[in-house]
Design a protein around this ligand. Structure first.
Ligand code: ACO
Length: 323
């Protein structure tokens, strides 16, 4: 018997306010057509004033718990991937813990920018495989609208706010690649590229700062690194691209998503795409996608999924799991 971390619930939350590309035309030298054709983004959601990352995360967590048919009392740990926590401390994860009324177990935030959810899944998997937790709530939640420079057309049109969550549960499996659950993970970072994508402020520099990105440079790295990490994770699981039912990619840019699928030899029919409706929600984009994908009927029990992401650091990685 092999212990595996199996997905038993999924949920998401998007703030009410929807901002169409055309809204930016009034304040910036940009067009709906430029944003659509260069990024695939048509609209995004922005959190209301006073609505924080932990609020979004709590909604998504409740939806995932409901989908799993359990309550917060059944959860041993919360791992929350975010770069936009409510406060410097305590963690947004402990705020979610309190909001859910959970008084046992442990909760912490994890920061790997857009690769955050892949890192969070990998950490939650390790907690389950090591026996430290039976059920983990893994959340990705962001309010990137709070770190946008609204005068910078090359970044502020690309990002959105949202949250998604998965429930991972320990189950005894046969130990083959036909098992449900996480089958392999692959994490990478290379700090030599830290200046390609960063926020020019933080606690230690005494300001909140704004997101800065050399988008075309990030783009240059993205397809190769994403296809590479996805193929490495598949190989570790004893599988190949041809076994994949769904790529659930980080949703930054449709051209990166298409390029990665092509490099892996897969059709866009095998890709869950939500970038048009959400923009880049950083650590929230990966859990948002299967939640929305499942409601569209795209993801079914037993499907093989590879999820991959790259972001600031650069940090990137992939997880192979059977739904
Ligand atoms: N409207 C109109 N023109 C624009 C806009 C805009 N909103 N933004 C930029 N431009 C202009 C630029 O100024 C430039 O003009 P110039 O040629 O006169 O200098 C021109 O468009 C081309 O700019 P590029 O940056 O070369 O455009 P590109 O085709 O590369 O698309 C984009 C830009 C969409 C940002 C793309 O590079 C991208 O998606 N990069 C990757 C982003 C990403 O994946 N990030 C990682 C995750 S994010 C995270 O970790 C937080």
């Amino acid at each position: 018997m092999t212990r595996r971390a199996v997905v038993t619930g999924v949920g998401h939350y998007l703030p009410e306010r929807v901002v169409e590309n055309a809204e930016f035309e009034a304040s910036l030298d940009t067009t709906d057509d430029w944003i659509r054709s260069r990024s695939g983004i048509e609209r995004r959601h922005f959190a209301a004033e006073g609505e924080t990352t932990s609020d979004l995360a709590t909604h998504a967590a409740r939806a995932a718990l409901q989908d799993a048919g359990i309550t917060a009392d059944d959860v041993d740990a919360i791992v929350l991937a975010t770069s936009t926590a409510d406060l410097t401390f305590p963690s947004a994860a402990t705020m979610v813990q309190a909001a859910l009324g959970m008084t046992k177990g442990f909760a912490f935030d994890l920061q790997a920018v857009c690769a955050g959810f892949v890192y969070a899944l990998t950490n939650a998997n390790a907690l389950i495989l090591s026996g430290q937790a039976e059920r983990v709530l893994v959340i990705g939640a962001e309010t990137f609208s709070r770190i946008m420079d609204w005068t910078d057309r090359s970044t502020c049109v690309l990002f959105g706010d949202g949250a998604g969550a998965l429930v991972l549960e320990a189950q005894d499996c046969a130990g083959t690649s036909d098992d449900r659950g996480i089958l392999s993970t692959d994490l990478n970072s290379d700090g030599r590229y830290k200046d390609l994508l960063y926020v020019d402020g933080g606690v230690s520099t005494n300001s909140t700062g704004h997101l800065r990105m050399q988008g075309n440079q990030v783009f240059r790295h993205a397809v190769e690194k994403l296809a590479g990490t996805a193929n490495t994770a598949l190989k570790t699981a004893g599988l190949a691209a041809g076994d994949v039912d769904w790529i659930v990619p980080h949703q930054a840019n449709i051209r990166i998503i298409q390029g990665t699928a092509k490099k892996m030899g897969l059709s866009m029919d095998n890709v869950v795409v939500t970038v048009q409706d959400h923009g880049n929600t950083s650590a929230a984009s990966i859990p948002l996608a299967p939640s929305v994908g499942k409601s569209r009927g795209q993801i079914k029990d037993g499907d093989l999924i590879v999820t991959e992401a790259i972001g600031g650091g650069l940090a990137w990685g992939a997880v192979v799991l059977r739904w």
